[in-house]
Design a protein around this ligand. Structure first.
Ligand code: AMP
Length: 227
C-alpha cells in the first residue's frame, strides 16, 4: 500500500507514522529525517539543505524531488511505502504523481491529521528527539509520550531538541507553508483530494489531531481496516 501522510508540524504525524510503519510493514520515509541524517553525516546534500532547514524554508525542489523519487526506487519500497513530509508543495505533488504514473503506480491512501496552528506550535516546542532512533517519539508537552526524566521513554537514549523546533519564526514559517492552499502543502493535499474525487483513488482518511495519541491511532487503524 502506498500512503501519503499529511499534518502540520506538531500534529503527531511522526508518531502515527511510526505506528503505520509497524502495522502495514512499509518503510516510513520522512524527508526531514533524510535531510537531518545528511547534515549530521556531513554530506554535500546535507550542506546544501542546512541553511533552508534552519530558517524553516523548503529545501529547493530540484534537490528534494529527485532525492525522494530515488528513495522510492529502493527494494524495500517494492510492496509499498509511507511518505511523510513529502509532497510539501503543489510542484512536488505534481512531480510525484507523474513519476508514479510513469511506473504504473499510484497513491492508494491519503491520511490527513488536522490540527490548529497554536496547539501544533506548543507541541513542536515540547518535542524531544532520541539520539538512538528518531522514530521514538518523546514530547514534554504531551502526557502520553512524555520522556522518562531526561531520557527516551522507549530505549532510554539521550534526548536532544531540534534547533528549528525552538525558533518561533522558523515554526511559523513551516506552518505558513503548510497552510498555504495556493502553492503550499494544502495545495498538494487538495491536488490528491481532487484525484480522489475524480478517480475514486486515493482513499482519504481525515483525523482530528487534537485527540490523544492513542485515540488518533485507534481511529486511524479502524479507518485503514475499513478501506
Ligand atoms: P520536518 O522534519 O518534516 O519538520 O522537516 C524539516 C525541514 O526539512 C523542513 O522545514 C524543510 O526545511 C525540510 N524539508 C522536509 N521535507 C521537505 C520537502 N518535502 N521539501 C522541501 N523541504 C523539506
Amino acid at each position: 500500500m502506498n500512503i501519503l501522510l499529511f499534518g502540520p508540524n506538531g500534529s503527531g504525524k511522526g508518531t502515527q507514522g511510526a505506528i503505520i510503519k509497524e502495522k502495514q510493514g512499509v518503510p516510513h520515509i520522512e524527508t526531514g529525517v533524510i535531510f537531518r541524517e545528511n547534515i549530521s553525516g556531513g554530506t554535500e546534500l546535507g550542506e546544501k539543505a542546512r541553511a533552508y532547514i534552519d530558517k524553516g524554508e523548503l529545501v529547493p525542489d530540484e534537490i528534494t524531488i529527485p532525492m525522494v523519487l530515488d528513495r522510492l526506487k529502493k527494494p524495500d519500497c517494492i510492496s509499498g511505502w509511507l511518505l511523510d513530509g513529502f509532497p510539501r508543495n503543489l510542484a512536488q505533488a505534481v512531480s510525484l504523481n507523474k513519476a508514479l504514473d510513469n511506473e504504473g503506480m499510484s497513491v492508494d491512501v491519503l491520511i490527513e491529521i488536522n490540527l490548529d496552528r497554536e496547539i501544533a506550535k506548543k507541541r513542536i516546542m515540547g518535542r524531544r528527539i532520541c539520539v538512538n532512533d528518531n522514530n521514538h517519539p518523546n514530547n514534554i508537552n504531551i502526557e502520553a509520550i512524555k520522556p522518562n526524566g531526561d531520557r527516551c521513554r522507549i530505549c532510554g537514549g539521550l534526548l536532544k531538541t531540534r534547533e528549528d523546533d525552538q525558533d518561533e519564526s522558523a515554526i511559523d514559517k513551516r506552518h505558513e507553508i503548510y497552510f498555504d492552499s495556493k502553492q503550499g502543502t494544502m495545495a498538494a493535499i487538495n491536488f490528491f483530494k481532487d484525484l480522489s474525487e475524480n478517480n475514486g483513488s486515493p482513499s482519504v482518511i481525515e483525523l482530528d489531531g487534537k485527540k490523544g495519541v492513542g485515540e488518533v491511532t485507534d481511529e486511524l487503524m479502524k479507518k485503514l481496516a475499513d478501506l
